[in-house]
Design a protein around this ligand. Structure first.
Ligand code: HEC
Ligand code: HEC
Length: 474
């Protein structure tokens, strides 16, 4: 039981506005009055904790805690206890119909322990017409609870609105476990730990990568025989619009499966072709598709890392980027501050296997110079690479006001950009387009750095002109 004192939030006109309206109101159980935050334009009292279930000193400790700030546009629930997860939050009693589950592949969040819950509206089914992207019924709610070293820090909520959009918000736990307060703006170093509670914008960086936003509830992730809700239990209960023809199973031996599972859970939500801007930014795919699991060679990961690539640069970049923390190359780019050593070991084993199928092509390098730079210069001029904000001003320590300058700042010069420097590449390795970062970065999803030019893509013909120029070097 808790009390909200605010016209701008809570459940609407029928919601009781004062403690006197509350059934079972006990003056003695009210903690010292309200912490407030004025910038959000509302006053919210702390949850009222029943004295019978929570020690009085714990209550007074809790009231010292500042509440995470809200913002004016936030329209979701203010407290976790309002979201339908529990019938009684302090005793951790789940509401009827709330199901605990665990996906096969789990997101690494610097070693946090997690619990996950799903509630489906009674009688509603999940639309599994596309087995790789389930569509959940309106009203669905999912929660994910995070603890570090036994301390419960936050519980995240995804709730599907009538218009098909999703509320995404985290709730920061009170130290006494009486409730958790909405933190739509996120919290840095929550509860004195180094765990950051993400703001909504950060949730979306990951969750918007799939059509219906939910990432761990799907055919592949739930195809296991562990505890809780699984693919099998959903089928038995008639909760899927159609059941998969066969139980999805990852190919390869145990090690390969573990690596594919890890990459699916930690990387696949961004690394798939349907993500916004994927056509420019991403060329390596990790979201496994249930119809492409026959053998390793059939998987999207094998095809995009080995089959479709001219060299093993992308294979090497996978582990290099998993090892990066705090740099421009960090993968995943959000949600973690520490390298997952176990995850790196699992993925490295698969990358070594893939590397045997995609060895480094022999160098065809010559010593330069490269004739006909004018044609390349013109392409870059058209693509506005030379304007005042780009390389015309020497950005990236690359500048070219004339074709001669362009030639001299590229040909035979080592790449220096973060992440690209360690690959031992030249900007232009004369005669050797496969080892020339310039050509690699003109195409979607380069292994390091960002695709160039940033705002538009060169045409295939233009890219071929650049390649021919590199090949023609003497
Ligand atoms: C770094 C990427 C990332 C960020 C940031 C992130 N999530 Fe997730 N989330 C995932 C992945 C991947 C899963 C599924 C795997 C798992 O549960 O471990 C998941 C699972 C969940 C689940 C369980 C339902 C599901 O989609 O499987 C909820 C609820 C959830 N996240 C809410 C949130 C909210 C709310 C935020 C922001 C406050 C957030 N997440 C931020 C990646 C992210
Ligand atoms: C939140 C979204 C997101 C997640 C999660 C994510 N990536 Fe990325 N990744 C990107 C974006 C965007 C790019 C392109 C821009 C860049 O290079 O920084 C990229 C680029 C890459 C590249 C260069 C090749 C390519 O496809 O563009 C590799 C390799 C890579 N990521 C590996 C990983 C691995 C491994 C994981 C999981 C451990 C991962 N990423 C998780 C967003 C993500």
């Amino acid at each position: 039981m808790y009390v909200l004192l605010a016209a701008a939030c809570g459940g609407g006109p029928d919601e009781p506005v004062g403690t006197a309206d509350m059934p079972g109101f006990e003056p003695a159980s009210i903690p010292p009055p309200a912490r407030t935050w004025s910038d959000a334009g509302r006053v919210v009292e702390a949850p009222v904790v029943d004295a019978a279930v929570s020690a009085p000193d714990a209550v007074s400790d809790a009231t010292e805690e500042p509440l995470p700030p809200l913002h004016d546009a936030y329209e979701g629930p203010t407290w976790l206890s309002e979201t339908g997860l529990y019938t009684e939050i302090v005793s951790d009693t789940l509401a009827e119909g709330v199901r605990e589950y665990r996906p096969q592949g789990e997101l690494w969040t610097d070693g946090a322990d997690k619990r996950r819950f799903l509630w489906l509206p009674p009688g509603a089914t999940i639309d599994t017409g596309d087995m790789d992207q389930w569509v959940l019924p309106i009203g669905t709610k999912l929660w994910k609870e995070f603890s570090r070293d036994g301390l419960r820090i936050e519980t995240r909520l995804l709730e599907k609105h009538v218009d098909g959009t999703w509320l995404m918000v985290a709730f920061l736990w009170r130290a006494d476990g009486s409730d958790a307060a909405a933190a739509p703006l996120g919290v840095v170093d929550a509860m004195g730990t180094e765990h950051d509670v993400p703001d909504e914008e950060t949730c979306r960086q990951c969750h918007d990568g799939r059509r219906d936003r939910v990432l761990g509830v799907g055919a592949l992730q739930l195809a296991h025989d562990g505890d809780g809700m699984t693919l099998r239990s959903l089928i038995t209960e008639g909760r899927l619009s159609q059941a998969p023809q066969t139980m999805p199973a990852l190919p390869g031996d145990g090690e390969t499966q573990a690596a594919l599972r890890y990459l699916h859970a930690n990387c696949g939500h961004c690394h798939n072709p349907t993500r916004t801007r994927a056509e420019r930014e991403i060329s390596v795919y990790f979201w496994q598709e249930v119809d492409a699991l026959g053998q390793l060679e059939d998987t999207v990961t094998y095809r995009s890392l080995v089959q479709d690539k001219p060299s093993p640069l992308w294979i090497d970049a996978v582990v290099a980027r998993m090892r990066d923390r705090g740099g421009l190359q960090q993968m995943p780019p959000v949600g973690t501050e520490h390298v997952d050593e176990e995850g790196v070991a699992v993925v490295s084993a698969l990358m070594e296997l893939l590397r045997t199928d995609r060895p480094d092509p022999p160098s065809t390098a010559t010593s330069g110079p490269c004739p006909g730079t004018e044609a390349v210069f013109e392409i870059f001029e058209r693509a506005a690479c030379r304007n005042a904000f780009c390389h015309g001003a020497g950005t990236g320590e690359l500048s070219f006001r004339t074709p001669e300058e362009l030639h001299d700042s590229l040909v035979g010069v080592a790449a220096i950009g973060e992440g690209c420097d360690s690959l031992g590449l030249k900007r232009v390795a004369p005669g050797d387009p496969q080892h020339s970062l310039l050509l690699i970065k003109l195409q979607p999803g380069p292994p390091c750095g960002k695709i160039m030019p940033p705002a538009m893509s060169l045409t295939d013909a233009e890219i071929r002109t650049v390649e021919d120029w590199i090949v023609s070097c003497q």
